[in-house]
Design a protein around this ligand. Structure first.
Ligand code: ATP
Ligand code: MG
Length: 197
């Protein structure tokens, strides 16, 4: 599952676990993007996003985090990551998990054909986004649709909440909240957990 994970939230974790069970995956590998070229806002350092993703997933034996994109120089492309994974995991069937908003972005890129040969794409329902656009691109046959409990959580909203001093509890894992406050990510002004409670 690729993403910026700035920060990782419960929508990501629920989607990953639902995919694991419904698709029958042995493992879900979270791949935080290195330098996302499509994001408008100032993205948090890759190392901080990587560490938050590790904190959020460490207790789950089916989840792991890859440094593939974090360690890669230059722009991040899903197809490069799939090529790398294919080379490393020769006996493994690959799936790429995305939300309804991200799937079209990925599958309208120039290397989409190759990406779809390397992995089966799984598109998860996400509140506020419509999967019917897949039909217009003749992709319904080639993409696996996944029903996920609707969680209208986004990293953008979580960042805005941090900056405004509004609660993020129950939207992101506690460890991620503590880490973000400790490092002053998202314009947190050191408002401690005790005060937030
Ligand atoms: P931002 O608001 O910064 O874009 P985001 O919440 O969309 O952040 P990303 O890191 O961009 O998070 O998303 C990573 C992947 O997770 C994408 O494929 C996205 O579609 C999917 N995703 C994110 N949030 C949800 C959610 N609440 N339900 C289902 N899928 C989600
Ligand atoms: Mg997004």
């Amino acid at each position: 599952m690729g993403g910026t994970f700035d920060p990782i939230h419960l929508g990501h974790l629920v989607t990953a676990d639902q995919a694991r069970v419904d698709v029958g995956l042995d493992e879900v590998v979270f791949v935080p993007a290195g330098a996302p070229w499509q994001k408008a806002h100032d993205v948090t350092s890759a190392e901080h996003r990587y560490l938050m993703t590790v904190l959020a997933t460490a207790a789950n034996p089916h989840f792991s985090v890859s440094r593939l994109e974090v360690d890669r120089q230059g722009d991040t492309y899903t197809v490069d990551t799939l090529r790398d994974l294919r080379d490393r995991l020769t006996d493994t069937e690959l799936f790429f998990i995305t939300g309804a908003d991200a799937i079209l972005n990925i599958l309208t890129w120039k290397d989409a054909e190759e990406a779809m040969r390397l992995a089966t794409f799984v598109a998860a329902t996400r509140p506020g986004y419509d999967l019917s656009a897949l039909r217009d691109h003749d992709l319904t046959e080639r993409v696996m649709l996944l029903d996920v409990p609707a969680l209208a959580i986004s990293s953008s909203d979580v960042r805005a909440r941090f900056a405004a001093g509004r609660p993020v509890r129950y939207l992101i894992p506690r460890e991620v909240e503590e880490f973000a406050r400790k490092h002053g990510l998202y314009g947190t002004t050191g408002r401690g957990l005790a005060a937030a409670d």
